[in-house]
Design a protein around this ligand. Structure first.
Ligand SMILES: NC(=O)c1ccc[n+]([C@@H]2O[C@H](COP(=O)([O-])OP(=O)(O)OC[C@H]3O[C@@H](n4cnc5c(N)ncnc54)[C@H](OP(=O)(O)O)[C@@H]3O)[C@@H](O)[C@H]2O)c1
Length: 300
């Protein structure tokens, strides 16, 4: 099968199309014939060497989320069948086939590209909201509310009765409002703008974009309590919680997929799509760090 691999850290040009054996699913796993595989900022950060999880082992096979058709079952898998259309988290996902141990059924009305855009956003946003222990009626600030993760955070929080203020660029203010939040711009003076929108203060802050917002978040909260970031390495020295990884909430993913299919939830913008073999161009697009809309590889 065709897959994308790299043999050293570097720029997008280290990404190569390779021909490797189709992987076999183990216990608890399914093999998915991939229709679309989303690109996450972590993919280019790991490829460049900026983000590392220990000693590198090459070749590396990037990609962490897919939509496609179940093609083979591991020995003990009973809840899925060959031919099921699914979306989920996967490994080595820039490929024609990928292995997953966490897939949800894809609603028929949801496109492959939109389905592949959901898993990482859903799991990351859900983990952040859970860590913040939000209650209905509380006010949450989300930095980067038009991004893939931020926009999912807005909608999950609003669905739980939380009032959300979301930051985005001037161009994406309407999108943030359409997601159900009060919008403001990020950058200099953000603490003053948020205070004007929430005179009684914010109960929690979810930094889904970085760019040095944490001091303003601490100022708004009067301390580091109930602030989380998924991006900013300054968190450690500031005493703010940095979240990474976490559980793969298959049932929630299924519910969100149904809500997107029915129009109750929306993606912040249309995906920017690239063919699998153009993974380098796709990662360059992801590296721009601008929404709205996910960067997605189409596979077959
Ligand atoms: N730790 C984890 O587990 C985890 C998991 C997933 C993602 N992440 C990280 O989370 C970040 C967001 O991921 P994503 O997939 O949501 O990316 P994304 O869709 O590219 O969104 C990035 C967002 O950042 C916003 N942004 C750009 N400049 C900004 C600034 N100066 N201040 C505030 N916001 C700014 C953009 O808003 P505009 O488009 O309006 O400019 C955009 O919406 C990435 O750094 C990613 O690596 C971490």
């Amino acid at each position: 099968m065709r897959a994308i691999a790299y043999y050293d850290y570097g720029g997008p040009d280290v990404l190569q199309v390779v021909d490797i054996p189709i992987p076999e699913p183990g216990a608890g796993q399914v093999r998915v014939a991939v229709r679309a595989s989303a690109v996450n900022p972590a993919d280019w950060k790991i490829r460049s060497g900026a983000l590392s999880f220990g000693e590198p082992v090459f070749p590396q096979y990037p990609g962490g989320e897919i939509a496609g058709v179940v093609d083979a079952l591991g020995p003990d898998v009973t809840e899925m069948a060959v031919g099921d259309e699914v979306l989920g988290w996967a490994v080595a996902a820039y490929a024609e086939y990928a292995i997953s141990n966490a897939v949800a059924r894809k609603p028929a009305e949801l496109s492959w590209v939109d389905a592949a855009s959901l898993p990482v956003s859903v799991s990351t946003a859900a983990k952040a909201l859970a860590a913040l222990k939000l209650q209905p009626g509380e006010t949450l600030l989300i930095n980067g509310a038009a991004g893939a993760v931020g926009s999912m955070g807005v909608q999950l929080a609003v669905a739980d009765g939380v009032t959300v203020i979301g930051t985005a660029s001037a161009a994406n203010q309407d999108i943030v409002r359409e997601l159900g939040a009060t919008a403001t711009t990020y950058g200099d003076g953000v603490a003053d703008r948020v205070r004007a929108l929430a005179p009684d203060g914010v109960d929690a802050v979810f930094d889904a974009a970085g760019h040095g917002v944490l001091p303003a978040a601490i100022e708004l909260r009067g301390g580091t309590d109930r602030i989380v970031t998924i991006v900013d390495p300054a968190a450690r020295e500031l005493g703010v919680t940095f979240l990474t990884g976490g559980p793969r909430p298959v049932e929630l993913l299924h519910q969100v997929a149904e809500r997107v299919a029915s129009g109750a939830f929306r993606l912040p913008g249309p995906a920017r799509t690239f063919r699998l073999e153009r993974a380098a161009a796709a990662q360059e697009e992801s590296e721009k760090g601008r929404g709205p809309g996910k960067v997605v590889l189409t596979v077959s």
